[in-house]
Design a protein around this ligand. Structure first.
Ligand SMILES: Cc1cc2nc3c(=O)[nH]c(=O)nc-3n(C[C@H](O)[C@H](O)[C@H](O)COP(=O)(O)OP(=O)(O)OC[C@H]3O[C@@H](n4cnc5c(N)ncnc54)[C@H](O)[C@@H]3O)c2cc1C
Length: 382
């Protein structure tokens, strides 16, 4: 049996990619500048994303989702990121982290309760990081104390994507700080639960329309039925969903890189200096050629990791590689696009300075570049 090329999309993959890109170009592109300047995610865009079918991609049709694959999620994130990386990350967190964790670790009762909500209008968020625990995520301090039929959560989370839009939060807390990572437990916490509130929103360099906030818990009572997976096994929920989440971030970075390349090609073909289009200069052509090669390599890494995941094959190292490489390519190609736009690349009337700012986050969240290198090195050396 011949193996199809990695970048060959099946008919339904192509259909999804094209329809999401078309949506992004018509519904999001005209608002991108305002969203970035105001650092606001437009409320009315969220129901449109649900209608588009990108908020419950892997949720079975019987539970109200699209019943599609992880590759579809990755393609949706890439297509959105070509236009706006903030919208892309909202969809990415919803699918590759929240729905993924609920699907994988939820009991039948949790799945039938929460998946239709998530596919039908509820945005999710994933709350692991704290002020003192980022790369060393399992040093988290948020405390879960057992209290007749449930747990009370006390502590705070930092940097939580989608916090302003979400109604359902996966929150990691420890039931026993002395037990180290073996105390960590994942909880499903609904907005409005007494003792839980959203704190300060960060003012960021890039992905400014994506909300990133602090979460505050003070004796917040969560019923036992909302424990996701087993008590003390939250570290597994976190590690395994983040392995997949990283492929989504790779796709987000791929979308940014492709957009930067497309803008650079268009602009250099139009812009004239010394009586010729600047794209006619070999120095510019070589830079575009190198960027195109890097984008293609990033695409191969991202699609390969996603297809390995759907095939049920190991993908840990490939996921780390795709996120690391795609994030570096996004930064390099966006930087090149700024250079090739000259002075116009440095101002907000043109889209490339935002791509450059948006690319930076890819090397930080869901595991910094050093942590991806650590994962890859560990696989090489054990
Ligand atoms: C916009 C944004 C959105 C985010 N969204 C979420 C979210 O939705 N949910 C969530 O839980 N978190 C989220 N995060 C948090 C993010 O995952 C962390 O910021 C990230 O994991 C890094 O942690 P840190 O900021 O504490 O940096 P640190 O861990 O303090 O790292 C600082 C530096 O030290 C390096 N370093 C640390 N340890 C090592 C080591 N062992 N070897 C080599 N170098 C090392 C790092 O690579 C980095 O360069 C978000 C962050 C941002 C900025």
């Amino acid at each position: 049996m011949s193996v199809p090329p990695l970048t060959n999309l099946s008919e339904d993959e192509r259909l999804l990619f094209d329809s999401v890109l078309e949506f992004a170009e018509s519904e999001i592109a005209p608002r991108v500048r305002e969203m970035d300047e105001q650092a606001k995610f437009p409320k009315d865009l969220i129901p449109k994303l649900f209608d588009l079918g990108v908020m419950g991609i892997e949720v079975p049709e019987s539970l109200g989702g699209s019943g599609a694959t992880f590759v579809h999620s990755v393609l949706a994130v890439e297509a959105l990121a070509r236009v706006d990386a903030s919208v892309a990350v909202l969809v990415d967190v919803q699918n590759t982290l929240v729905i993924n964790a609920v699907t994988r670790w939820g009991s039948d009762e949790i799945k039938t309760r929460f998946l239709p909500m998530l596919a039908g209008g509820t945005v999710g968020a994933y709350a692991l990081s704290e002020s003192g625990s980022g790369s060393d995520a399992f040093a988290l301090q948020t405390r879960a104390t057992e209290l007749g039929g449930g747990f009370t959560l006390t502590g705070h989370k930092l940097w939580i994507t989608n916090a302003n839009e979400a109604d359902l939060f996966i929150v990691f807390a420890t039931v026993n700080p002395e037990a180290g990572y073996r105390g960590i437990t994942a909880f499903l916490v609904e907005r409005g639960t007494p003792g839980f509130r959203i704190g300060k929103k960060e003012d960021k360099l890039g992905i400014r329309a994506s909300s990133t906030c602090e979460l505050l818990f003070a004796d917040c009572l969560v019923p036992e039925a909302n424990v996701l997976g087993e008590v003390g096994k939250g570290y597994k929920v976190a590690i395994e969903t983040l392995n997949e989440g990283r492929i989504g971030i790779g796709a987000q970075m791929l979308g940014i890189a492709q957009a930067a390349l497309d803008h650079a090609i268009r602009y250099t073909k139009e812009r004239k200096q010394f009586g010729r289009a600047v794209a006619e200069f070999q120095g510019v052509q070589f830079e575009l050629a190198r960027a195109a090669m890097e984008v293609e390599a990033a695409r191969l890494l991202v699609y390969n990791a996603a297809r390995l995941r759907d095939a049920g094959r190991p993908f840990l190292t490939e996921a780390a590689m795709c996120k690391l490489h795609a994030s570096e390519v996004a930064e390099r190609v966006a930087s090149l696009a700024v250079n090739l736009f000259g002075g116009y690349g440095f101002v907000k009337d043109y889209p490339v300075e935002k791509l450059y700012r948006d690319a930076k986050i890819g090397q930080i969240y869901e595991g910094t570049t050093n942590l991806q290198l650590q994962t890859i090195a560990k696989a090489l050396l054990t």
